[in-house]
Design a protein around this ligand. Structure first.
Ligand SMILES: [Fe+2]
Ligand SMILES: [Fe+2]
Length: 305
């Protein structure tokens, strides 16, 4: 019997996937990487490199903003998902640090961008009230969730990545999808203000896009591709892939706007089938990332005080 659409959405909302902590090692320290690892395109590759540059510090900010409220959650199931969230984000930070180190050795100023991000987030952590820090995390987790859903669902976008970097990015996106509702559920439990949640998304979007675009320009300037007239057509193609109406940001725009709906929940975008597919592809018996997996820790649901 077919389930009515509204019933399927209601089920998805309460069907939170487990959030296992997978200890991964992609071995980036010894791996040669191509500078233009996305579609041999300088513009698009620099965008993903800029993204990688902000991730280790960004993940720390996310972890701290959620951890601050942990004691007030008082829900054993959500507490276990918070453990998974913290573990997954810490692992993403560690592996992005390793890949950023490789890009630094290739001559890209990724370390400088990492320090710039660290200083900016420390400033925010000192000035912003804790509730606004958590709502910033919720807003950015929505970005990672909808970008991940789009990329995991598009073979064409996945085909653009060079293999080692591609599987690494897709592993991160798969785990972002697994834990996409954790920060949101903590926020709803301890704060719950719609005005703060929706209001934070606007400055967060402006700062995120300005930061990524300027870091991308710095990276492109550093290898001479930014003003290279022979690359103009390539840049135009890359611009379309990332910022164009049929590119990354254009495609996620409707799901971005859905965030402003009162009563929105991340699980309203049903990603269960996508998750099942990628868990099997990467961590099934013949999984492509089995050799990179050191161990898996499944957070236990414990009674919380
Ligand atoms: Fe992450
Ligand atoms: Fe995340």
């Amino acid at each position: 019997m077919n389930m009515p659409a509204h019933a399927a959405v209601a089920n998805a909302r309460h069907d939170n996937p487990a959030v296992p902590i997978r200890h991964m090692d992609f071995g980036f320290n010894d791996a040669p990487l191509k500078p233009y690892f996305y579609d041999d395109n300088a513009f698009a590759s620099a965008f993903f490199m800029a993204f990688s540059a902000v991730i280790p510090q960004g993940e720390r900010f996310f972890i701290e903003s959620v951890r601050h409220y942990r004691k007030r959650i008082k829900n054993a199931e959500l507490d276990a998902r918070v453990t998974g969230f913290i573990g997954q984000e810490a692992m993403h930070g560690k592996e992005h640090d390793a890949v950023n180190e490789v890009y630094t050795r290739m001559g890209y100023p990724v370390r400088k961008l990492d320090r710039f991000t660290r200083d900016g987030l420390r400033f925010l952590a000192k000035r912003l009230p804790k509730a606004a820090q958590l709502s910033t995390t919720v807003a950015l987790e929505h970005y990672t969730a909808i970008i991940s859903e789009y990329v995991l669902g598009s073979q064409e976008v996945q085909d653009g990545f060079d293999k080692p970097v591609g599987n690494f990015v897709l592993w991160h996106m798969m785990e972002e999808t697994e834990h996409k509702a954790v920060a949101y559920d903590v926020y709803e439990k301890v704060i719950g203000s719609y005005a703060l949640r929706a209001g934070t998304m606007i400055p967060t979007t402006v700062i995120l896009i300005a930061a990524l675009a300027s870091m991308q320009a710095v990276l492109m300037a550093s290898d001479g591709s930014l003003f290279n007239p022979r690359l103009l057509r390539q840049h135009a193609k890359g611009f379309g892939m990332i910022y164009g109406p049929r590119g990354l940001f254009g495609k996620v725009a409707p799901k971005l706007l859905d965030y402003f709906r009162p009563g929105f929940h991340p699980n309203d975008h049903d990603t269960r089938e996508l998750l099942a597919r990628f868990s099997e592809k990467f961590f099934g018996e013949q999984g492509e990332l089995q050799t990179n997996l050191r161990k898996t820790v499944m957070p236990q649901v414990r009674q919380v005080a």
